[in-house]
Design a protein around this ligand. Structure first.
Ligand code: ZN
Length: 417
């Protein structure tokens, strides 16, 4: 039996009333009961279900110089996340049931966010031969994806979707046409032309999304489109949803808050895949959050070493790591536009619905995976204090509100400011 814990002086979202919440044996016992066991003063913070991250690169095994389970899951807990789905583009690729088991076991002992590994759809993520999906599911893989790579062979994706569907599993895709993207390092448009840099056209994403939507419709299988970045691709998803195609999609905060204009300084910190697009794209994606055509937010936390990211734009790897500040960033920039309830939905219930998981709530009997959010105090982003190994970020020095002060996972403290 775990110790009981009582959170005092906390508020439910959009409530001014100070309440207490008691946790027993890893579950929510109830509201405003007599205090039991250890007591933590929430100082008026807002309580919510812990955030769910469907897209993070934790780099273990093989790339621990960038990140590892301990640093990545500690960073996630500091960002208010209780559960993280890690991507399988590691070295070796996570396409082996034994590896899935060992990652889950290792993460369980760390005491940070929970790990739900995704596994490769194809062996070695080579896109040729399906991985042992059934055995990977048995081992604990929660989703199949070749993210980090694109699924160039449409027939292999079809077979993978059919197989995953028979197992009741979601397949997620990095939807870019590799041949159309070619060697583009940023969004193709006036800015790439002005800078003389090879562009990656919006059409590379839209064309691939169109193809994959057809395959989802053909198979009836659950397809999830990762890090949607263009207005055109979102329109295609919206249209497919209106026809009942079983598709969901995620948008990343960096595609909402940054544009290709950021590349004018030639700083590779802004190099991501898919690339930062135009303000019109960002505005359209925000509209998609509001009208429900975007299902959830995901960060695509993609840490690299500083040396790797300090190469020139043509050679630096793609990715931004900011799982620790995703909620404050979104709350500060779009809290008023979206409203707290919608914003929390996009970080919690939204991802759960994508995965077919129980939608987390604050009711008695639910797992005590909780976050306390300080919605009042503005604090500067300080990369040197990140738990992540990637101690640099485009938002360094920015004043944000909405910082997590406490993250509980199964009733245990996974992060406390
Ligand atoms: Zn990707």
């Amino acid at each position: 039996m775990k110790q009981n814990l009582t959170l005092t002086n906390i508020r439910r979202p959009n409530s001014a009333k100070s309440e207490t919440l008691t946790i027993e044996n890893g579950l929510i016992k109830g509201w405003n009961l007599p205090s039991e066991g250890e007591t933590i003063d929430g100082n008026g913070a807002t309580v919510a279900p812990a955030l769910l991250e469907l897209h993070a690169h934790l780099r273990e095994p093989g790339q621990e110089v960038k990140e590892d389970l301990a640093s990545g899951l500690a960073a996630a807990a500091a960002g208010g996340y209780g559960t993280v789905v890690c991507m399988p583009n590691t070295s070796p690729v996570i396409d082996d049931p034994a590896l899935v088991r060992s990652l889950i076991q290792k993460a369980n002992g760390l005491g940070f966010a929970r790990l739900r590994p995704s596994a490769a759809l194809t062996k070695g993520q080579a896109g040729k031969q399906l991985a042992e999906l059934s055995l990977l599911k048995e081992a604990g893989a929660c989703m199949f994806t070749d993210d980090g790579r694109t699924n160039e062979d449409a027939r292999v994706l079809r077979l993978g979707l059919e197989y995953a569907h028979s197992l009741g599993m979601v397949v997620s895709v990095h939807a870019e046409d590799a041949s159309l993207r070619a060697d583009g390092v940023m969004n193709e448009g006036p800015v790439s032309e002005a800078l003389g840099l090879p562009g990656n056209p919006a059409a590379a994403e839209a064309a691939r999304v169109a193809r994959d939507l057809e395959i989802a419709a053909l198979t009836g299988a659950r397809l999830h489109i990762q890090h949607l970045s263009t207005a055109r691709a979102l329109d295609l998803v919206r249209e497919a949803k209106s026809r009942g195609v079983p598709v969901t999609c995620e948008v990343c905060p960096h595609h909402l808050t940054l544009t290709d204009e950021a590349l004018r300084g030639f700083d590779p910190i802004y190099k991501v895949a898919p690339p930062l697009r135009t303000q019109a794209d960002a505005d359209h994606l925000l509209q998609g959050l509001l009208d429900g055509s975007v299902d959830c937010l995901a960060t695509d936390h993609a840490p690299h070493t500083r040396a790797e990211k300090e190469q020139d734009l043509l050679h630096a790897p793609s990715g931004i790591a900011y799982i620790e500040l995703a909620f404050p960033l979104m709350y500060t920039r779009f809290g008023e536009t979206l409203g707290l309830e919608k914003l929390l939905d996009l970080f919690t219930a939204g991802p759960a619905r994508v995965m077919g998981w129980t939608v987390p709530t604050l009711e008695a009997g639910q797992p005590a995976d909780l976050v306390l959010l300080d919605l009042e105090t503005a604090r500067k982003v300080e990369p040197q204090s990140f738990k992540s190994k990637a101690k640099f970020t485009p938002w360094a020095g920015e004043e944000l509100r909405g910082w997590p002060t406490l993250t509980l996972v199964g009733g245990e403290v996974a992060y406390r400011r």
